[in-house]
Design a protein around this ligand. Structure first.
Ligand SMILES: [Zn+2]
Length: 218
């Protein structure tokens, strides 16, 4: 459910003005090609019909990937000069979207705000890397007969933690997570995201509880 709007673009090379369709809302979970474009910083890249120059027009757009709890507002780089104003606009737009989309929005965390395409591209690269690492961990977990606890991906990014945790036994608890992670890192010493988190988990208060669970968004 990505959708397009249109923009009055002005070519920075030859100053020609033209109307072009641009993506105003990209659902990265449903449109793999658009997700790839965002990762390559090519989403909404326009080609001037007069001189052929490639440029990104002065238009904001939204990137949404509910499974990974990503909601990002991507403003043009030039808007950075008035950052506070655009952050306020984001908050107002986000409130309106919440009204319109209700349960389909990942609630409970602030959207990301980027000026220019680089920040989102880096976020998506990192998510891909983390998801590959997660798949390796899940493979070992299955082999060892461990279960998986799926924590909130937004929480995981914010805390530099993995988002899936292996656990031993029937119920995910702090102790069963610790037992599960010990087995995983003993089986594969390259799963450092989990060995790093194990140290944090062991240092935390005994009654600290589990990381928040992933929201069941689609
Ligand atoms: Zn041009």
């Amino acid at each position: 459910m990505s959708f397009q709007g249109s923009v009055e673009a002005n070519c920075p090379s030859c100053q020609d003005g033209f109307t072009a369709p641009i993506w105003s809302f990209v659902h990265g979970g449903k449109d793999a090609a658009l997700r790839d474009q965002a990762k390559a910083m090519e989403c909404n890249l326009l080609l001037c019909p007069s001189c052929g120059a490639a440029f990104v027009p002065e238009a904001a757009w939204i990137y949404y990937e509910p499974k990974e709890e990503i909601l990002a507002f991507v403003f043009p780089t030039s808007f950075k000069a008035e950052e506070a104003k655009w952050r306020d606009k984001m908050k107002a737009d986000f409130a309106a979207m919440r009204e319109a989309l209700g349960d389909h929005l990942p609630i409970g965390h602030e959207p990301e705000v980027f000026f220019g395409p680089e920040g989102l591209a880096q976020l998506l690269e990192l998510e891909d890397w983390r998801s590959d690492e997660r798949d390796v961990m899940a493979f070992f977990a299955q082999d060892l007969g461990l279960s998986l606890y799926k924590a909130s991906p937004a929480w995981a990014r914010e805390h530099g933690a993995p988002s899936w945790f292996p656990y031993a036994g029937k119920t995910p608890t702090r102790d069963s997570l610790i037992a599960g992670i010990k087995k995983i890192v003993a089986a594969n010493e390259r799963l450092t995201a989990w060995s790093d988190y194990l140290a944090k988990l062991e240092k935390a208060e005994k009654d600290a509880g589990l990381p928040p669970a992933a929201m069941a968004a689609h």
